[in-house]
Design a protein around this ligand. Structure first.
Ligand SMILES: Cc1cc2nc3c(=O)[nH]c(=O)nc-3n(C[C@H](O)[C@H](O)[C@H](O)COP(=O)(O)O)c2cc1C
Length: 179
């Protein structure tokens, strides 16, 4: 799939097959993350955790369900792989790491789309609920790092519909061209 087709085709996937993705598919998605631009080139202030342990995911889903007051709600939609991006925030109040995480996750989503995987960017998972100390401990993060956002990843229940830019609503985001 060419780049522009992958950009147009990417959609948030919220229903997954239970089967785990292959290690080589995971490596492709990770490589896309490693290739991302990050502010000041501060790659050492970011950390990627891939959680594929069903028991850890099940416990975390249960914790989230309780935190959201809806035990049926799984905020990562039962995806068999959860990629958590953590950062070491600086004290300068600049929060560039949030933009870094956005770039990494979008690169990963495009790579996932290219190889037929489904994914969805998860903000609420780590930011709207109190983080589970047990889940955070399972990430074995280096000192000073905290989880920022996550990506659910897996085989989509329904294959993604291939799209082109002709299918994208013009000016979905208000846009003004100043000449
Ligand atoms: C920064 C960011 C945070 C998001 N957080 C969530 C989330 O917590 N849960 C969720 O289901 N989708 C989340 N999404 C997915 C958006 O809802 C989705 O991208 C948007 O509605 C457009 O739909 P599309 O991805 O299918 O094009 C997030 C997307 C972004 C970029």
């Amino acid at each position: 799939m060419d780049t522009l087709t992958a950009i147009a085709t990417r959609r948030s996937t919220r229903v997954y097959k239970p089967e785990q993705i292959s290690d080589s598919q995971l490596q492709t998605v990770l490589a896309a993350g490693w290739a991302s631009p990050v502010g000041h080139g501060a790659y050492d202030e970011l950390y990627i955790s891939v959680v594929q342990n069903p028991k850890i995911l099940e416990n975390f889903a249960e914790y989230c369900g309780q935190a959201f007051g809806n035990t049926k709600y799984n905020p990562f939609y039962g995806a068999p792989t959860l990629i958590v991006i953590s950062a070491k925030p600086k004290d300068d109040g600049q929060m560039v790491y949030i933009a870094d995480v956005g770039c990494i996750l979008e690169n990963m989503q495009l790579a996932a789309t290219d190889i037929g995987l489904g994914s969805v960017y998860l903000w609420a998972l780590l930011n709207r609920i109190p983080q589970s100390p047990q889940f955070v401990a399972s990430l074995e993060l280096p000192e000073g790092f905290k989880p920022v956002s996550a990506l659910a990843l897996g085989y989509p229940a329904k294959p993604l519909e291939k799209r082109s830019f002709a299918d994208i609503k013009p000016e979905r985001i208000a846009t003004k061209i100043i000449k």
